[in-house]
Write a protein that binds this ligand. Structure first.
Ligand SMILES: [Zn+2]
Length: 139
């Protein structure tokens, strides 16, 4: 009769790399969430500006000459591309939050060191620590 394999040693954890404390993870989460709220507000603001520009175009374009119309179209296009880039950044922050939950966020891809909270808050898409980033830029 074969005994079931001894499982007592199977669950052994691999040697832990430097881990972030829960408090630090929370700090990053809070920074990212604040960033997301900030961007959302900016996004809403930009959207209402676009709506306003559009309304202007519809209401008082009767007396406009071609140049005015051109300027307004240009302004509106700029606002739209601004809105798109904000939307993009919001997505980045949301992805960062997901990765944070999975434990795969905030580590330097090069040296494996934790990326400082302040840096992550400023650049949610950062994948390198400052040191590695600087080395990369110097090349
Ligand atoms: Zn690094």
């Amino acid at each position: 009769m074969v005994k079931p394999a001894d499982t007592r040693t199977a669950g052994r954890k691999p040697v832990a790399r430097t881990t972030r404390s829960a408090a630090e993870t929370e700090k990053i989460r809070a920074a990212l969430a604040a960033r997301r709220d900030e961007l959302s507000a900016e996004y809403d603001q930009t959207l209402s500006e676009i709506t306003e520009l559009q309304r202007d175009r519809l209401t008082d374009s009767a007396g406009d000459d071609q140049a005015d119309t051109g300027t307004k179209t240009f302004e509106r296009e700029q606002e739209i591309s601004l809105a798109n880039s904000i939307r993009e950044r919001i997505t980045q922050v949301e992805r960062a939050l997901e990765r944070l939950d999975e434990g795969g966020y905030g580590w330097c891809e090069k040296c494996g060191d934790p990326i400082p909270v302040e840096r992550l808050a400023a650049f949610p898409s950062a994948t390198l620590c400052v040191k590695c980033k600087q080395l990369e830029e110097r090349r």
